[in-house]
Design a protein around this ligand. Structure first.
Ligand code: BF8
Ligand code: SF4
Length: 635
């Protein structure tokens, strides 16, 4: 295979060559050997929901048009889509639940976490209608955790509290009228699995509505809940300067990579890596370097300034540097192949969660009550492994880019408050109204082997910025923009259109940064898409319009995970025009594809999906949408 054409990240071809020389297979080799991929699967018209199957529908209309039970293409596509969204929501909700458990245990003195952000705790309690008066932080934290647990124990008809407390009122009303308000996240997941099992729902429209509901389960029972609780426990992010790309590894140091999604353990690994620096020095290293992959990487970047190693597609190549002493993983987006790669080097692959084990890895169980011991043990395993590192096998690419991250809504509002303390959103809204900022786009989501790594993220964002569209980013999209140098003040000067540049420069100077704000604001991990939702809610409230009327859009240019399907559905439900750069497996059904990308979604929800696989055309589509919304607002 040609190692040149798979990524725009300059570290990738270097390490891919090394991988091939070291006799290793990577995600790109396996992608090539999967070609051509199954056409039935790509169209979503293969069903394995019962053991009479698998059944496939002939997309050309010549062969079978129904599965053995009588299910047609519309039904099969709709069922598959709901199952994907349910898988994604389950991942986020399990993550959020872990965080709630940790908060509860910390509050009752059973887990060694200090509740770091009392202001956020009070703000969240306030939204939930919990009185904060005279309560110490542990009592209040326990009550907030109990309110979250109550959603999971909701056996009545009331909607999920976390949704009604945090979503825009106009949306709650709209979703309520459509009968889409979820009650208990666990129950909704169970119901969706039931609904899609053999011989239950055969109405594709009913299944599409259930998918939208699952988007809401994800948005509030997953994303929002996880962000809120993690901020309370570990602090709400504020701007931080760090670096991105594999050049952050250092041959003279013990290098530990933290990879996955849930920051409960990684926060402690960061703490213990700092505490055990002397042991690393005693082992002959100059100290310990930490770096992150995927969303755990985003979490510890935002709160601790830990550099980003790389994003999803290059996780194997991080190990191929031969300089990683331990790769610590928790859950989600962890390639099973990592064990094969680590086996070729001295690198210790350490799994930590009971549901995410990898044959060949060392399992150090995450135990919340003994998390300090666990983190200490992990750092010591890395230091021991360092002693076995073979300098002959080390090759660290020299690439690293500066990144500014940490743009929580609180941080954005804080920066704007320097311009207008009484009315912080006014400068932003004024600049949108006068056209200096044309609109905003959230560029989010993954890498996908079907797309040249990071290429869509970067080409799309370049075009948006040129047209004065402000970008906010999360997930592996944020990694991609970081590696490519878009998360810096310098990028504003280089890429932003003139009027956007002027605004970002003025805000940056007023905020005391002595430089412009970056043109793409790193807002966090994938669960932190909730932050983007909160920003939209605040803007809409300020303008006294609905989110669906704002000149904004979302884009997941290179998404791969089921979680992205759930998040995208939530965004559409919120009223956001949501671009996808990879064709979702729904084209086998006109009913499903048409409903999600056409007037049905737009009329019911105000948002819809927009599928476009060319980045420049996608940018143009997004800009046209933004201009249309501006015209309707009369600005
Ligand atoms: O939750 S962006 S590849 S790491 S799924 Fe996975 Fe996708 Fe990366 Fe973050 Ni989100
Ligand atoms: Fe085939 Fe119907 Fe069974 Fe699906 S549920 S595998 S379409 S018989």
């Amino acid at each position: 295979m040609s190692v040149k054409d798979v990524s725009i990240d300059p570290a990738v071809p270097e390490l891919l060559e090394k991988a091939e020389n070291d006799g290793l297979e990577t995600v790109w080799h396996r992608f090539a050997s999967q070609q051509p991929q199954c056409g039935f699967g790509l169209l979503g018209i293969c069903c394995r929901n019962c053991v009479q199957g698998p059944c496939r529908i002939d997309p050309f209309g010549e062969g079978p048009q129904k599965g053995i039970c009588g299910a047609n293409a519309d039904l099969i596509v709709a069922r598959n889509l709901l199952r994907s969204a349910t898988g994604g929501a389950a991942a986020h909700i399990d993550h959020a639940y872990e965080a709630v458990e940790a908060l509860y245990q910390a509050a009752v003195g059973k887990a060694p976490y200090e509740i770091k952000d009392e202001a956020k705790l009070k703000a969240v309690a306030g939204k939930l209608g919990i009185s904060v008066d005279g309560k110490d932080k542990n009592t209040l934290a326990r009550e907030v955790a109990e309110a979250a647990f109550a959603d999971f124990a909701n056996h009545g008809a009331a909607p999920m509290k976390w949704l009604t407390a945090t979503a825009p009122a106009e949306r709650v009303e709209t979703w309520g009228k459509l009968g889409l308000l979820p009650k208990n996240p666990d129950r909704e997941i169970r119901t969706a699995m039931h609904q899609t099992s053999m011989g239950v729902d055969s109405d594709p429209v009913n299944l599409i509505l259930a998918t939208v509901k699952m988007g809401l389960v994800d948005g509030y029972g997953g994303l929002h809940l996880a962000t809120d609780i993690q901020d309370i426990l570990f602090g709400t992010p504020s701007p931080v300067v760090s670096d991105a790309n594999l050049g952050v590894l250092d041959a003279d140091y013990v290098n530990i990579i933290i990879h996955g999604h849930v920051p409960l353990l990684s926060e402690k690994v960061v703490e213990w890596a700092r505490k055990l620096e002397n042991e690393a020095i005693a082992a002959g290293a100059r100290g310990i370097k930490l770096a992150g992959i995927c969303c755990t990487g985003n979490e510890v970047l935002m709160r601790q300034g830990v550099p980003l190693a790389t994003n999803f597609l290059a996780q194997e190549l991080a190990v191929t540097t031969g300089a990683v002493d331990a790769m610590v993983v928790d859950v989600q987006c962890i390639m099973p192949s990592l064990a094969d790669i680590t086996a070729c080097y001295h690198t210790k692959l350490i799994t930590t969660m009971p549901i995410a084990k990898v044959p060949g890895a060392e399992h150090v169980p995450f135990d919340i009550e003994k998390v300090d011991e666990t983190a200490r043990q992990i750092v010591r395993i890395a230091i021991e492994a360092y002693k076995n590192r073979d300098p002959e096998k080390v090759r660290i690419p020299g690439h690293r880019s500066k990144v500014v991250a940490g743009f929580s809504v609180e941080a954005v509002v804080g920066a704007l408050a320097k311009l207008n303390a009484d009315n912080p959103l006014k400068p932003l809204v004024d600049n949108i109204a006068n056209g200096n900022i044309l609109g905003a786009c959230g560029v989010v989501g993954c890498n996908n082997a079907k797309v040249v790594q990071d290429s869509f993220h970067v080409a799309l964002v370049k075009e948006l910025l040129k047209n004065n569209v402000l970008v906010v980013a999360t997930g592996c999209a944020a990694h991609a923009l970081g590696k490519a140098g878009f998360l810096t003040p310098e990028a504003t000067l280089q890429y932003a259109g003139d009027s956007l540049k002027a605004v970002l420069t003025a805000v940056g100077e007023a905020a005391g940064l002595k430089a412009p704000l970056p043109p793409a604001l790193h807002m966090g991990s994938c669960v932190d898409n909730s932050r983007i939702g909160d920003l939209l809610k605040a803007l809409a409230a300020y303008l006294n319009v609905a989110v669906k009327d704002l000149p904004v859009a979302a884009s997941a240019p290179e998404y791969q995970h089921e979680k992205a399907i759930a998040i995208g559905t939530w965004a559409v439900a919120l009223g956001v025009f949501t671009h996808l750069g990879v064709v979702p497996p729904v084209l086998g059904s006109q009913v499903v594809a048409g409903a999600l990308t056409g007037e049905t979604a737009e009329n019911l929800l105000g948002g819809k999906f927009y599928v476009e696989t060319d980045p420049i055309a996608a940018a143009q589509g997004i800009i046209a949408h933004i201009k249309d919304k501006r015209a309707k607002l009369g600005i």
